[in-house]
Write a protein that binds this ligand. Sequence first.
Ligand SMILES: Cc1cc2nc3c(=O)[nH]c(=O)nc-3n(C[C@H](O)[C@H](O)[C@H](O)COP(=O)(O)OP(=O)(O)OC[C@H]3O[C@@H](n4cnc5c(N)ncnc54)[C@H](O)[C@@H]3O)c2cc1C
Length: 264
Amino acid sequence: MVLVGTPRSAAATGPKHVRAAISYRRDIGNELWVVRVRPEVPIPFVPGQYATLAVRDGDRMIERPYSMVSAPHEEELEFFLERVDSGALTPQLYDVPEGGEVWIRPRAKGLFLRGLSGFDAPRMLVATVTGIAPFLSFIRHMGMLAAKGEDSVEDAQPLLVLHGASNSLDLVYQEEMEHWAATLPNLAYVPTVSRPWAEPSWTGEVGRVEDIARKYLDQAGLEHAAVEIFLCGNPQMVDKMRQLMVRAMVPDSHVKEEQYWRED
Ligand SMILES: Cc1cc2nc3c(=O)[nH]c(=O)nc-3n(C[C@H](O)[C@H](O)[C@H](O)COP(=O)(O)OP(=O)(O)OC[C@H]3O[C@@H](n4cnc5c(N)ncnc54)[C@H](O)[C@@H]3O)c2cc1C
């Protein structure tokens, strides 16, 4: 067993929000950015969980949930963020530079990847853009265990990760995912772009993740009755993938989702 239940928060009874210093920031284009933060108190979590980031607006906090990219063994919390111009929080978060600070709830939450205790079942993980975050947390965690020899990759079940974006710049963790695919023999990673005509140099897969999912599921030889599917990010992708998996006779109870926003 690799992951154990939801950890107790050290700050369960403390303040509602604590400060988190931004120790690192990387911008990708005009709308995406990666930050690492150091909260004032440790925030225990398991892969797949999210923290609630906030900025103060007068006497109230504006806050939203964000999945951890980092694995629990890492010192800082890492997030992969997208600015929504019409949004209440992200335009303000975007303005906080490296060295600045935000607020964070000292308790991680979420049950998205509950039950993932290793490479013990065949799985397909499907993400759009920032939806790769919880999957990276899990993969970094498993990579750390494999490096320490604490989890065997010998008899590991296949893990297929599909990651879609409109262009390759937005596949921000592509290099890291390729590293994990080269390191963990059961892991296959397929990045895909949906606007290849704007990027003639792109030689990878094209189309939305939901357009290529069935092909890769079958190519990987993943048995439809046994495979577990995890969907994260854009709600339209999640809905389409769920319908696709129903048609492919994947049991509904095997399909888990984390929609990052709701359609208005
Ligand atoms: C469990 C969970 C984990 C999440 N993790 C992440 C994460 O790791 N990274 C991340 O960037 N976001 C993540 N989100 C989304 C995040 O919580 C916010 O919804 C998002 O950042 C927008 O916040 P906002 O206040 O700027 O916009 P809001 O004021 O909340 O929304 C404004 C409008 O934009 C729509 N909208 C919200 N987000 C998007 C989007 N990305 N694209 C298009 N329309 C959108 C809303 O439906 C609404 O109509 C997560 C959401 C959930 C539920």
